[in-house]
Design a protein around this ligand. Structure first.
Ligand code: PLP
Length: 471
């Protein structure tokens, strides 16, 4: 399998190459050169497989020659063996039409674990292999987080060989649970940095470091955010898992996805391109609604971020949307590069007719207000006995407000455990969800992190002092 950049200029890479590279060197994102697909019979034959086996089957065409089928299965078994539920991503029925796909049974209670647990193993596998052949093996991951990505990435990288992680978070602006999930991981290859500044400051520092020749010359820097293709690939699997349980491929299923960076819902699009019959993908946003405006009116223009009770969706630029626009726009890298250059200058762009019509054949969108989110948390709690988090509530509201016919099952992706956002859940339902046993001693564990001023120089000097030079 070969991967090409959405902007047409970066080298073509195999799966191992795109996993280690993250972003393409021309500023674009890697996508498979062509979508692999399964016949209806092949999909039907996946019914009843344990999750790790289903994952290996769905991912095999994307992995290509980079891993043997046996090795891939070993890695999926190890990654998903760390989940607290045998089914890994179980379905929960809410009413006649609505289901929740619980994606929060991983170690850090958010759906990002599904992809990052595997990505940590893939890094270790590919880097170890390079070391065997005498090539340079040290990888320094630098990232910025507003909460969920940081904890999931740290858990996935802690103790892995040949790779280390420096994670920046804004001091005092992540929840206690989120901070402790990062700072109580004491593995020597994990470095937490709290900066005196906002998430945007942290992200700007990271971006600047990737463009600083002094740093990129000394260290082999990489990223773990959802621009990494391997993360999206791992998320395709649970669309298959859910659809198979609800009658697929003989029956079409719809999905409602609480969306920020467009990674999770893009994985649903990939599943559809691979032949999984999907009736519709509902893109649910909060008041930070750039994707709703883009999909309903062709207007992709960034405003300023409004902080909400669903912070993982407080995003004004959705990186992975470029992958969809590229695919729907005839896969023309030059045109895509020009469209994105326009956006980067003016913070605004129009979708082309082809992009708008292509998207409309599968996607609808909804913007969900805070009052609707709260009412949906209360409804699930009172009518279905299920406590849901604010992000999931946004997806569920959009699902229930859609005009889908009553015989189409609608699966809302439950992206975080309610205990991760205890304060909002308690305000809506009157009950404070307990932390699951597997993270129960979080508040008695030792914390470790560096506190730095929010300047680029301070962070650069700290990382230069503590990171492992590449050769
Ligand atoms: C990251 C995240 C999202 C948004 O996912 P994208 O792939 O960025 O669209 C939604 N909910 C939760 C809880 C998250 O952590």
């Amino acid at each position: 399998m070969e991967y090409v950049s959405t902007r047409g200029q970066a080298p073509v890479l195999d799966f191992e190459g795109v996993t280690l590279a993250g972003l393409a060197s021309d500023g674009g994102l890697y996508v498979p050169r062509a979508w692999p697909s399964f016949t209806a019979d092949e999909i039907a034959a996946m019914r009843g497989l344990p999750y790790a086996e289903l994952a290996a089957r769905v991912m095999a065409p994307f992995v290509g020659e980079s891993l043997s089928p046996d090795r891939l299965l070993e890695l999926t078994r190890e990654a998903y063996g760390r989940f607290a539920h045998q089914a890994v991503t179980p379905l929960f029925q809410l009413d006649q039409q609505n289901w929740l796909l619980e994606l929060f049974h991983g170690p850090t209670l958010a759906f990002k674990d599904v992809a990052l647990q595997l990505l940590g193993l893939l890094f270790e596998e590919f880097l170890g292999r390079r070391k065997d052949t005498g090539a340079d093996g040290a990888l320094t991951i630098v990232g910025a987080t507003s909460g969920d990505t940081g904890s999931a990435a740290i858990d996935a990288i802690a103790g892995r060989e040949g790779v280390e992680i420096f994670m920046l978070h804004p001091l005092g602006r992540v929840s206690d649970v989120q901070r402790r999930q990062m700072t109580t991981v004491l593995a020597p290859n994990v470095h937490n940095i709290a900066i005196d500044g906002s998430f945007d400051d942290a992200q700007a520092t990271v971006k600047r470091m990737f463009g600083d020749p002094e740093m990129t010359g000394r260290f082999r820097l990489s990223a773990v955010n959802s621009i990494n293709w391997a993360r999206l690939m791992a998320q395709v699997v649970y669309y298959f898992a859910a659809a198979l349980q609800l009658g697929g491929p003989d029956r079409k299923v719809a999905f409602s996805v609480p969306t920020g960076n467009f990674g999770d819902v893009f994985a649903g699009y990939v599943a559809a391109r691979m032949g999984l019959p999907i009736e519709r993908l509902i893109v649910a946003t909060n008041v930070n609604d750039i994707l709703h405006r883009a999909l309903s009116a062709g207007d992709y223009s960034a405003g300023t971020v409004t902080p909400t009770a669903a912070p993982s969706m407080d995003i004004q630029v959705s990186s992975n949307f470029e992958r969809l626009l590229f695919d729907l726009g005839g896969r023309d890298g030059m045109a895509m590069a020009e469209q994105m250059r326009g956006f980067e200058t003016s913070k605004s762009m129009r979708l082309t007719n082809a992009q708008q019509q292509g998207a409309a054949s599968l996607f609808t969108s909804a913007r969900v207000e805070p009052s609707e989110m709260t009412a949906t948390m209360r409804w699930a709690h009172e009518e279905c006995g299920e406590t849901i988090d604010p992000h999931t509530a946004i997806g569920l509201h959009a699902a229930m407000a859609s005009d889908l016919s009553a015989d189409v099952p609608v699966v809302t992706l439950a992206t975080a455990h309610p205990a991760k956002f205890r304060d909002s859940v308690e305000r809506a339902t009157g009950q404070r969800p307990p932390l699951p046993a597997r993270v129960g001693d979080l508040f008695t564990r030792e914390e470790r992190y560096a506190e730095l001023p929010g300047t680029y120089e301070a962070v650069r000097d700290y990382i230069a002092e503590h990171a492992t030079p590449s050769a």
